[in-house]
Design a protein around this ligand. Structure first.
Ligand SMILES: Nc1nc2c(c(=O)[nH]1)N[C@H]1C(S)=C(S)[C@@H](COP(=O)(O)OP(=O)(O)OC[C@H]3O[C@@H](n4cnc5c(=O)[nH]c(N)nc54)[C@H](O)[C@@H]3O)O[C@H]1N2
Ligand SMILES: Nc1nc2c(c(=O)[nH]1)N[C@H]1C(S)=C(S)[C@@H](COP(=O)(O)OP(=O)(O)OC[C@H]3O[C@@H](n4cnc5c(=O)[nH]c(N)nc54)[C@H](O)[C@@H]3O)O[C@H]1N2
Ligand code: SF4
Ligand SMILES: [Mo]
Length: 654
């Protein structure tokens, strides 16, 4: 039996390292690599399912073209001819920015983003800006610290208090969960702040139920007490924080009772948190992405950053305000053949504005759209509008492993290789700082063409002279060239034991990447962007039932919902069920101003009043939750405020 090294390409915090077993030219098993320093042999069911997806009966091996509403199989060469003809035509008549490329992180492989390079060489096209995922918090941390850095995971054991704030590692990050259990055994205090009593909350010493979108108010209340009671370190504040005085003045305008009422968190608990963050530290904060999917999401993260900073938990062992961990993007040579030089016509649209942009923009209008590593027709907000926008576009191409809801609305489907069929490099910017060189485990079947070669062939057909017609190995070697200076090559990365994050502690030298080199609670940059220079709490009004969507344990969004039977499940508590006279498992319609779906209600008392909770990833056949969500944007970073969606429950009389 042959064994190869491979890292998980799913969009996840953990980037697990696998050992892949091959027998007789077939992958027979994926297991965690016990020798890996970070993932230690532990992997999740989604990781194992790469194998199921590799040999899944619904996989496509030839391109499919929609003719008179019916899908027909065509050859790769025919698909290349068709695309090349269309692209030449649109480029000539309307310019290359009449082509739009929508992508997400369906695969983390560097070579799985080769189309970006292709479109640059084509002259630059139209690209998305903003985020469905983490955008508000990323922008917040850029204002505050100048960059986004995390502590290494094992530093958790140096903390006394671990605050998991709007994050659910029980579902989304098994290695953080593993570490939390270990920390708990060692007597560390775990505090979980979430409106929903999640599986992560179950292992906490203290669970704090907070009203949705009020986390900024909670962070401000804690900070207010820390300042009023002089629990902070004055010399740290003087030397390393810009804007302490201004922020204090702002906090003075907020009444503690008001903040407590807003959040639903009692003053005694707020006071206890103030002590834990200062007198009983160090305290580390792990911020998730759920709490920033609100209109005020960026300010929320800025307020939590301010709390972690004023309480003196930055730059020390066991401290930190961990949001993401960008280690490689600025170091690797991710555009090794300088494609950007050719991308003169690049323009951007905001993801929140997808529909309006497609319908209204005419300079030039969007004529063609490529969708890669993404399933926007389940994952974008306000799907009815997204569907309408799709209809307006002449020529739509989707590259995916399966005929997804998105692929189904396109004109051309190009099947791609499964990760086990692809040599590549993977790294994550979420948590795990190790980089892995993935070996190809098996050859793709039935002459299936990998995307890397597909775009090479397309460049030949389109006569793009500058396009790099080099082997994958040569390309990847160029990507990691900056690492060669520190003696790291592909062979070394293969084992997956290499990381260039050498500091356990983020911002250890207390030199921040902001203009003032300090932590900027007062940010001129934010001001220049038309925002409040200080974190502020913007109250959200709500007198209806709020829809909160979060990430499911056993699926990476839509990918592992493909074979799930039944209809979408929606969770609500018994008070809400009672007020609508609903029984467990009853089917109802949920309606928002954007659309409606049918769901099966599950009564669960871990949900607060007036909230409906759903996991995201259900397909159209089940009832995709994003038919309900609003395509509004957060205060910063262009983040979609999915959780600022309100719904009505309509009982079905059948
Ligand atoms: N199994 C699995 N793992 C995944 C993914 C997946 O789809 N499935 N997706 C991956 C990706 S791309 C991402 S971005 C990460 C996300 O990882 P996480 O941030 O852990 O997950 P989310 O589901 O986005 O949200 C986390 C929590 O935020 C809570 N929340 C919602 N509103 C509020 C609020 O107002 N205040 C507070 N305090 N909490 C709130 C939700 O109840 C939820 O428990 O997970 C990654 N890992
Ligand atoms: N309501 C609501 N909506 C959300 C969220 C939420 O919390 N609430 N979360 C948001 C977040 S955090 C994110 S990151 C987005 C995720 O949005 P998406 O990334 O669009 O979600 P997926 O369903 O994972 O779709 C990825 C697709 O990539 C395909 N794929 C896998 N490997 C490859 C490959 O090698 N090549 C190609 N070309 N395709 C491949 C998969 O088959 C799948 O169809 O969703 C967002 N949507
Ligand atoms: S999805 Fe995440 S936890 Fe699961 S195997 Fe992949 S990297 Fe690991
Ligand atoms: Mo995400």
């Amino acid at each position: 039996m042959q064994v190869v090294n491979h890292g998980c390409t799913l969009d996840c915090w953990d980037l697990c390292k696998f050992k892949v077993y091959i027998d007789n030219g077939k992958v027979v098993k994926i297991e965690g690599d016990k020798g890996h320093p970070y993932t230690k042999g532990i992997i999740c069911v989604k990781g194992k399912k790469h194998l199921e997806r590799l040999y899944h009966k619904n996989r496509k091996y030839s391109p499919m073209f929609k003719k008179n509403g019916k899908w027909i199989e065509i050859t790769f060469n025919e698909a290349l001819e068709l695309i090349s003809k269309k692209l030449r035509n649109y480029k000539e008549k309307f310019g290359s920015s009449s082509i739009l490329h929508y992508f997400e992180s369906g695969s983390g492989g560097v070579l799985k983003s080769i189309e970006n390079i292709f479109f640059n060489f084509l002259g630059g096209i139209t690209l998305p800006k903003g985020s469905l995922c983490w955008g508000a918090g990323i922008q917040a941390q850029k204002y505050d610290f100048g960059d986004i850095k995390g502590h290494t995971l094992d530093d958790i054991l140096n903390s006394k208090n671990i605050i998991i704030w709007g994050r659910n590692p029980a579902n989304t990050s098994i290695h953080l969960m593993y570490m939390l259990k270990k920390a708990k055994k060692k007597g560390k205090r775990i505090i979980v702040i979430d409106p929903i009593y999640t599986d992560t909350a179950k292992i906490a010493d203290t669970y704090i139920r907070i009203n949705p979108s009020t986390d900024g108010a909670l962070a401000m209340a804690i900070t207010k007490i820390i300042i009023e009671e002089k629990l902070y370190n004055e010399s740290f504040v003087r030397n390393y924080i810009k804007g302490f005085k201004e922020y204090n003045n702002y906090l003075k305008t907020l009444d503690l009772d008001y903040l407590s009422d807003e959040t639903g968190v009692g003053i005694e608990i707020i006071r206890k948190l103030a002590y834990l963050y200062t007198q009983k530290g160090p305290s580390t904060t792990y911020i998730g992405y759920g709490l920033q999917r609100y209109k005020n999401g960026g300010n929320t993260v800025r307020a939590i950053d301010a709390l972690a900073s004023i309480s003196g938990n930055i730059g020390i062992e066991g401290g930190g305000v961990n949001y993401a961990n960008r280690v490689y993007p600025d170091i690797l040579n991710l555009d090794p053949y300088n494609s950007l030089k050719y991308a003169h016509n690049t323009r951007y649209f905001n993801v929140s504005n997808f529909y309006n942009f497609i319908i209204k923009e005419d300079n030039p209008p969007i004529k063609a759209m490529f969708i890669t590593k993404a399933n926007p027709l389940t994952q974008m907000p306000n799907l009815n509008k997204v569907k309408l926008a799709f209809e307006k576009i002449d020529f739509k191409v989707c590259i995916d492993l399966f005929m997804t809801d998105t692929a189904n609305e396109c004109d051309l489907f190009i099947p791609c290789t499964n990760t086990l069929e692809s040599e590549d490099i993977v790294f994550s910017s979420m948590n795990n700082p190790y980089i892995i060189y993935n070996e190809k485990a098996v050859e793709p079947k039935n002459k299936l063409m990998d995307e890397y070669y597909f775009f090479q062939e397309l460049s030949k057909k389109m006569d793009i002279k500058e396009y790099p017609l080099v082997s994958k190995k040569e390309y990847l070697n160029k990507v990691i060239e900056p690492l060669k200076e520190i003696n790291i090559d592909l062979e070394k990365i293969k084992e997956g034991k290499i990381t260039i994050q050498t500091e356990k502690v983020a911002w250890k030298n207390l030199e921040f990447k902001t203009p003032s080199k300090k932590i900027e609670i007062y940010s001129e940059k934010a001001k220049g962007d038309g925002l409040s220079p200080l974190p502020v709490y913007n109250k959200q009004t709500n007198n209806k039932i709020r829809l909160i969507t979060s990430h499911p344990r056993d699926s990476l969004f839509s990918q592992h919902f493909m074979d799930v039977k039944g209809i979408t499940k929606a969770y609500l508590n018994s008070n809400l069920a009672k007020s609508y006279d609903l029984k467990d498992n009853e089917k109802v319609t949920l309606k928002s101003k954007n659309g409606e779906i049918k769901v099966q209600v599950i009564i669960k008392d871990n949900i607060p009043d007036n909230i409906i909770h759903m996991y995201i990833g259900w397909w159209h056949k089940h009832g995709a939750p994003n038919f309900l969500t609003n395509n509004i944007s957060s205060d910063m970073g262009g983040q979609i405020a999915f959780n600022d969606t309100f719904v009505e429950i309509i009982k079905n009389n059948n």
